[in-house]
Design a protein around this ligand. Structure first.
Ligand SMILES: [Zn+2]
Length: 242
């Protein structure tokens, strides 16, 4: 795979992962049309698909896709065998099998909540799946497997998801509004008041020191001159706090 193409596929998959929650191993539903071409071109899906999707994969078929391929005749029996070898994904059509395209469309559903990728050459099925947000499509052209770019439906859905991520969640908005209300109710003044209470004390201590030093500390000065500086400071501090 060319580096440029690998970069494009990586970008496609990062959209599927971030917007639609795709995770390894990527589940890939393979239909009969894809299995037949893959067999004809001797494509080893287990080797080729992981680098394209950028991770581990799980290849699977549905009973309806297998039934349809088997009914197409013995010339497709090698392809049928390769499809049968894949993991069987249950579908609710055991009693009355549907066309493979209808079966896959039903298994994927309106939201692709199980996060399937679909490997198909069926143009009609691809058209249907492009209208469902977040369905990676794989197809074969010129003996090479390709990952189709996200459809416009997928892009639009991804935009909405990304936008929703930037908005506050319901519990976050409640917390925010509570916090805003609380901050508006309680002015900032009390905090300043506390600071002011703390502030004046050291200042008043200094003033007292000067005032007391001139007027009231004569007794202390008279006592011992060398210890005067050492004693005057702690005395003043204790007076200030008391
Ligand atoms: Zn089915």
């Amino acid at each position: 795979m060319k580096p440029k193409r690998a970069k494009i596929y990586k970008r496609h998959m990062s959209l599927y992962k971030s917007a639609f929650g795709f995770r390894e191993p990527y589940q890939i539903i393979v239909d009969g049309t894809f299995a037949a071409i893959a067999h004809k071109c001797a494509i080893d899906l287990n080797a080729l698909l992981p680098p394209i999707l950028g991770g581990e994969i799980r290849l699977m078929h549905t009973p309806c896709t297998l039934t349809e391929l088997r009914l197409l005749g013995p010339q497709l029996s090698p392809a049928t065998a390769s499809l049968r070898a894949l993991e069987r994904r249950h579908c609710p059509h055991a009693a009355q099998p549907l066309q493979a395209s209808e079966c896959i469309a039903q298994v994927v559903g309106d939201e692709n909540k199980h996060r399937y990728c679909v490997a198909t050459q069926d143009a009609d099925l691809k058209r249907v799946l492009r209208n469902i947000p977040g369905v990676p499509l794989l197809y074969i052209t010129n003996s090479a497997v390709m990952l189709e770019g996200p459809s416009s439906t997928s892009f639009e859905a991804a935009k909405k998801v990304e936008l929703a991520k930037t908005l506050p969640q319901s519990h976050e908005s409640t917390t925010l509004s509570t916090a805003t209300a609380a901050s508006s109710d309680t002015p900032v003044q009390p905090v300043h008041k506390r600071k002011r209470v703390k502030g004046p004390n050291p200042l008043s201590m200094k003033k007292k020191k000067k005032g007391e030093g001139k007027a009231g500390d004569k007794k202390k000065k008279k006592q011992t001159k060398p210890k005067e500086k050492e004693k005057s400071k702690p005395d003043a501090v204790t007076e200030g706090f008391e």
